[in-house]
Every structure is written in structure tokens, then in C-alpha cells.
Design a protein around this ligand. Structure first.
Ligand code: PEP
Length: 237
């Protein structure tokens, strides 16, 4: 069941765009006056402050440190506190690319969510099965296990769940409407409709409307298509 009337569209820019290109893109998005959804943009950390000076659109980060401290000898890390301090309101946690390339596991993901909650950031927890797991019929078990990291502090206000089947991310092949609805229904029944649920995985202008219209979908997490102004505009208008 939808938990929110206005859909939420989260843009994950990943490791893309340099300063001037990012300013150009955010300036165009900010000028739009016919947007029908709530938008959150998640640029690379380095660009967040710059972007903030060019838009009033809500911003998020793509990751935060798992360390409990706000500051410390953790080379290369950015704490949830630092993100909050520069104006972020959301943070993506446990994206499959981070699970794969940075070996993130349930322990670090759970610590990151706790850190986000502690400073008042909304945690966007990404979950989803890979192709082998889907073909073996264990998608629900995998997602259930990934959801077990949610701390008791998780509420509708501070946590969003993003269902992102790994086989659909960046492949151009989105999950089918039935597959999306079934998994979202599974999660929403599990948590008695407590969290907003967004779908991510090859969302583009051609499929965005159909996906967002699904009864169980509260919004979208968009990667590649959020980097192209025309595409993104068609998704959010
Ligand atoms: C993502 O990585 O979160 C994502 C949804 O990517 P894409 O839209 O490019 O599949």
C-alpha cells in the first residue's frame, strides 16, 4: 500500500559529473516548475556544498562512515555528522555497488544506519538479490536477510527502503511490474507498511510512470537516467 501521496524520486549520481557539469544540470532541474514528485539529489560528496548553493532541492549523500565517531583518524571517510552539517538530509546506505566493491556487510551497514539516524539523516537502505538468487527462487530470503540490519530506531520518518535487484541496476533491464509489486508487497507486509518503499534498477522515461503507478511503490531511485536532464525531467514531471 502506498504510504505517501506524492511520489519520491531519488537521483543517485554515483561517481559522475565534475563541478561545472553538475552546476549546469542542477540549475536546469531547479528551474522546472511542473514537477509532480518530491526530488532528492545525491551527488558525489565533493559536489554537495557547491550544488547546495545552486538549488533548494533536497540533497543526500551516497554513503557515510560506519565509524561511531563524528571525527577521527579514519582516512578517506566522511561521517554522517559532516554530511548533515553541509546540508544533506538523506544518505543512501548499502548500495549493491558498495556491497560489491567495498565489501560492505550487515555489520557496517547497520552501523551506518545508526550513524545516520543519530544525526537526523534519513537512511535509504538498498536491498536486492542478484540474478542467480532470483533464478534460484530465494529473492525474498535474501532481501529479508538484508533487512535484518534495520535498527530499532528505524521509523517511517528516518528510513526508506529501496528495492534494487542487482540484475536490474545499470543493465537497461528493469524488473517487471509484477516482480516489483510482489517484492514491495512482501516488504510492506513484513513491516506492516511502516516504511516508504522505492524501486531502483534501470528506471527510465519509458517505464517510470508505470512503475510509480504501482500500488506498492512510493517512489523511484534513479541512476543513469538522472544524469541526463531530458530523461530525468520526463521521469519527475
Ligand atoms: C542505482 O544504482 O541505484 C540505479 C538505480 O542505477 P540505474 O538506474 O542506472 O540502474
Amino acid at each position: 500500500m502506498k504510504t505517501h501521496n506524492k511520489p519520491l524520486v531519488i537521483a543517485n549520481w554515483k561517481m559522475n559529473l565534475i563541478k561545472n557539469d553538475a552546476i549546469e544540470l542542477i540549475s536546469k532541474i531547479s528551474k522546472l516548475d511542473d514537477i509532480s514528485v518530491d526530488v532528492v539529489i545525491c551527488p558525489p560528496d565533493l559536489l554537495i556544498e557547491t550544488i547546495k548553493t545552486h538549488t533548494s532541492i533536497t540533497l543526500g549523500a551516497q554513503n557515510c562512515s560506519a565509524q561511531a565517531e563524528d571525527f577521527g583518524a579514519y582516512t578517506g571517510e566522511t561521517s554522517a555528522h559532516m554530511l548533515k552539517n553541509i546540508g544533506c538530509e538523506y544518505v543512501i546506505i548499502g548500495h549493491s555497488e558498495r556491497r560489491k566493491h567495498h565489501l560492505e556487510d550487515n555489520n557496517s551497514i547497520s552501523a551506518k544506519i545508526a550513524n545516520a539516524h543519530k544525526v537526523g539523516l534519513v537512511a535509504i537502505l538498498c536491498v536486492g538479490e542478484n540474478l542467480t538468487e532470483r533464478q534460484s527462487g530465494i529473492s525474498h530470503d535474501i532481501v529479508l536477510e538484508q533487512l535484518s540490519v534495520l535498527p530499532k530506531t528505524s521509523t517511517k520518518k528516518n528510513t526508506i527502503i529501496a528495492y534494487e535487484p542487482i540484475w536490474a541496476i545499470g543493465t537497461g533491464k528493469s524488473a517487471s511490474l509484477t516482480e516489483i509489486n510482489l517484492m514491495h508487497k512482501y516488504i510492506s507486509v513484513l513491516f506492516e507498511n511502516r516504511f516508504k518503499l522505492v524501486y531502483g534498477g534501470s528506471v527510465k522515461q519509458e517505464n517510470a510512470k508505470d512503475i510509480i503507478s504501482l500500488e506498492q511503490v512510493d517512489g523511484l531511485l534513479v541512476g543513469a537516467a538522472s544524469l541526463d536532464f531530458e530523461q530525468f525531467y520526463k521521469i519527475i514531471k
